[in-house]
Structures are given as C-alpha cells and as structure tokens.
Design a protein around this ligand. Structure first.
Ligand SMILES: Cc1ncc(COP(=O)(O)O)c(C=O)c1O
Length: 480
C-alpha cells in the first residue's frame, strides 16, 4: 500500500476490483438452486463479527474472501427467485454497475456545483417519474431513501405548506387546534411513523374502515371528516394508497380527490408499492385521480427493480418543495449568480446526498420503458397465476387476489377448525424460514392470519411459483 494515503497501486486495486467482479458474477449463477434464507442461529452470525476494531489493516484479498464467505454466501436471497417476503424487487445489473460508478466519483447531490450532471439527471428522473405515472409536467421532486421517507417528505411538505400562514416553521405547532389526517386501516405503518415525527400524533390519524376489496370506504371517510369538523378538529390531509402493502388494493383516488377538494384538504398518495404499475394499460383504470394529488410517494426499489435504497416524492412544482424546506445558511451561499442552478439542499431535508438518480436513469435508458413495463406486467400475471393455483387447490384457501402482484392465502390441508388453521399457518411461516428454500411472510386480513406472497422480481417465472407451492406443501407435511 502507498504509505502516503489509503490508495493502492493501480495493479493491486485492479486485482481487488477483478476479485469483487468475480464475486458479483457468482451471485448471478444458479438462482434456482439457491436457498432464499440461511437459517444460522443469530448468535453464530453475531460471533462471526465479534472483534475489536483492528489497529492494523489485513490483506485486502483476504478481506474480500471473508466478505464472500460470511456475507455474500450467506445473504438472504433478496435478488433471487424464491423470495416472496415483504416487497423485495431483486435489483438490476445496471443498478449494480451504476452504484459502483457513483461511488467512484463520490458526488454530493446537495448542491448543483458539487454534482452538475447528477443533479441534472435527478431532475430528469423526477420528470420521467411524473410522466410514467401521468402526474403532470414541470413538477418538483426529490429522490429519497425509499417509500417511508417519500411519505414522510410528502406529509412534511403538506404540513409546512398547509399551515404556512400560521408560520409553523417558526412557531412550531404550539397553540394550534389539533389537525387530522385520514387514511384507510390498510395504510402502511410509515404513515403512523410520519405523523408521529411531524408532531401531529397518531391519535389524530383517522384510520378509515375498508370495503371488502380492502380499499378505503369513501362514505365513512366523508362522515369522519364532517364529524371532526363539528368536533372542532382541523382536517388537513387525506391519504390514498395506490397499492396497499397487504393486498395491493388501490383506493378510489378520484373520489378521495373530490373529497379533498370539497373540504380543502391536502391530497397525498402513497404509491410506494403500486404507483409505478400505473404505467401499464391493464391496470391504469384503477389510478384515475392520481393526477389530482398534491404529493405522491413512489419507490424505485420496488417496481423499477432498483437496488436499495431509492424512492421519490413528487409535488406539483419546485417552489412547493423550496417553501417547505429552504433554510438560509451563509456557508452555503456560493455562486448565487446562476439562478438556473437547482440546489437540492434547498428542496429537501438532507444536505449531503448520494447519487441515487444514476442507477434509475441508467436502468430506464439501458432497459427502456417497454421492457420494464413487460416485467411489471409479468409479475402481476405471475401473482394471478399463483392466486389461480391456490384457488383451485383443495389444500389451500385463497384470501385475497390483487390487481397488483400480491396473493394472500392459507394452507388448510385437511384441517377444518378455524383456530387450528390459524395456528398451523403461523407455525408454517416459521418452519418455512427454518427450511430456507423459499422466503414467505405472513400478515393479517380482517384479523385472520394469512400467508402473503409478493411477486415483485423480474427474474421470477411460472416454474418458480410451482416450486413455491411444492415447498409449502412439503414443509406443511413435516408439521403434520
Ligand atoms: C404501500 C407502502 N408504503 C410504504 C412502504 C415503505 O417503503 P420502504 O420500505 O421503501 O420504506 C411500503 C413498503 O413495502 C409500502 O408497501
């Protein structure tokens, strides 16, 4: 190693890059044979890393070997074809390359002159996203860590702009009458976290009952808003979900937007899971009204198959973001002459930011929207295939079919007692994790525990769905 700094001579650096490239390539082999989860005891993995910070560095070739052995070879196969838990989209090869290149130039996307091309790329990705979901032209937006942060950002902007006249950015919320937020009982937990962080409080988040298809009940929503007004609350924001995490249900965004207009509320859409699917002609009809939202959260590490992390919040223009976030700081006031330069630090919370936009931009350019759309449609079709298989099988019971790519079901075997089925399925999820061949999680629908399979991964094929059902039956047999 060069003693003056941390850099290696070119030959040694290249050797490490070549080894790491080989490690990456190996992860793109044998997808089908790989386990989705490696069931090591927690303490064993903890022990692998139980050491003090070393005073001297080790051989970097050996370090890569350690990384391969302890991390890559044992990784939960989020990129693989047997992952059905949560919303794990698998990543793209272009994202991997983009992340490597972005780290190389180490741009800081906080200010234009620290990253001119990437700032322009991020602006482009924001406009493209808006075009993809048909949200409008010349909109403003920022790339963030994911769906949770995109929702927090949307609600932050909502609160700061809605209460701008009350100077809440200076005075805080002290002395204001409680203001209320509305969303369905199926809303994602990041909304609860967001209202907590924003000082609104979860007591003022009204969870509205859902219809049998898990979309928000519009009548109850309006009734609740009216009651709150009568009781002296200040209704301020209504949230529609475009693809709930449990079942992929898409709220009636048109009706929600009509209510938002009628009562003068901010309209936010959580499209983290399903927002980008609205690019498909087959499901576009479910997204009517999305255009009328004031803010939208979308998530590229879901349905644009990006590597973690990257999400996006969109609002109708850049000034809205600037009014919600701008804070003057003398040390940031440089090169004020060029007014066309967009400085992201003035439009979002973070100052230093990484180049999330590069992987999204490269993926859209490298694959093209037609191919990406084909993959999203394939995921939805595969989830439909899974629901059909489950529905036709005597030993399974379909609980929820989705317009998007989730299927919820129970394994019933020859059980008929409700409580037995419930406890069997809970045990099954744990047993499936221990087995590791497929990764599946559970959730509750109408209070009933169900298995939930999310089929977001461009690498998945029909035979993988057949394999999933085979493994569930196999593991279930061991439990009987
Ligand atoms: C509807 C919805 N909103 C928000 C989120 C949170 O997104 P993230 O995990 O990227 O923070 C999710 C994640 O699954 C989601 O499905």
């Amino acid at each position: 190693m060069n003693s003056k700094d941390l850099d290696l001579p070119k030959k040694e650096f290249k050797e490490l890059l070549d080894i790491s490239t080989e490690m990456i390539l190996q992860k793109f082999e044998h997808f089908e044979e790989r386990k989705a989860f490696h069931s090591f005891p927690q303490t064993e993995i903890e022990n692998w890393f139980d050491e003090k910070p070393p005073s001297e560095g080790m051989s970097q070739v050996e370090l890569l070997e350690e990384v391969k052995h302890k991390i890559l070879d044992t990784a939960t196969d989020n990129i693989g074809v047997h992952m059905y838990g949560y919303v794990m989209a698998g990543g793209t090869q272009i994202s991997i390359i983009a992340e490597k290149l972005a780290a190389t130039i180490n741009q800081n996307i906080g200010k234009w002159h620290l990253a001119p091309s990437i700032v322009e790329i991020e602006k482009r990705v924001v406009q493209w996203s808006s075009e993809i979901i048909d949200f409008g032209k010349d909109i403003g937006g920022v790339l963030v860590s994911g769906g949770s942060e995109a929702n927090l950002a949307g609600l932050t902007v909502a609160r700061n702009i809605f209460f701008e006249k009350k100077n809440i950015q200076q005075k805080g919320l002290f002395g204001l009458k409680p203001f209320t937020v509305y969303a369905s009982t199926e809303v994602h937990g990041c909304i609860d976290k967001s209202v907590t962080q924003l000082g609104i409080g979860t007591n003022n988040l009204r969870k509205i009952a859902v219809n049998s298809d898990f979309t928000i009940d519009i009548e109850i929503l309006e009734q609740t808003i009216k009651e709150d007004i009568e009781k002296g609350f200040e209704p301020f924001c209504v949230i529609g979900t475009a693809g709930t995490v449990n079942t992929g249900a898409i709220d009636d965004l048109n009706s929600i937007s009509a209510l938002a207009q009628k009562y003068g509320l901010w309209f936010h859409v959580d499209g983290a899971y399903g927002g980008l699917a609205c690019v498909l002609p087959s499901v576009k009809k479910y997204y009517m009204g999305l255009k009328k939202a004031d803010s939208v959260a979308i998530d590229f590490h879901k349905w644009l198959y990006q590597t973690f992390e990257v999400g996006c919040v969109l609002v109708k223009n850049w000034d809205t973001l600037r009014n919600a976030y701008f804070k003057k700081a003398d040390y940031l006031d440089s090169n004020l002459e060029d007014q066309n330069r967009l400085n992201f630090n003035e439009h979002t919370f973070q100052l230093s930011r990484n180049a999330k936009a590069l992987k999204v931009w490269m993926s859209i350019k490298g694959y093209g929207m037609n191919k990406l759309k084909k993959m999203i449609q394939k995921d939805i079709d595969l989830a439909g295939y899974l629901s059909d298989q489950v529905n036709e099988a005597p030993d399974f019971e379909l609980q929820a079919r989705s317009a998007l790519a989730v299927s919820c079901f129970r394994y019933v075997g020859n059980l008929s007692d409700e409580s037995e089925i419930e406890s069997f399925n809970k045990k099954l999820v744990a047993a499936l994790e221990k087995d590791g061949r497929v990764f599946l999680t559970g959730t509750k629908l109408n209070g009933i525990f169900v298995l939930r399979a999310c089929v977001i991964n461009h690498r998945k094929q029909k035979k993988d769905i057949d394999y999933l059902l085979r493994i569930i039956r196999d593991v279930a047999k061991t439990l009987h």
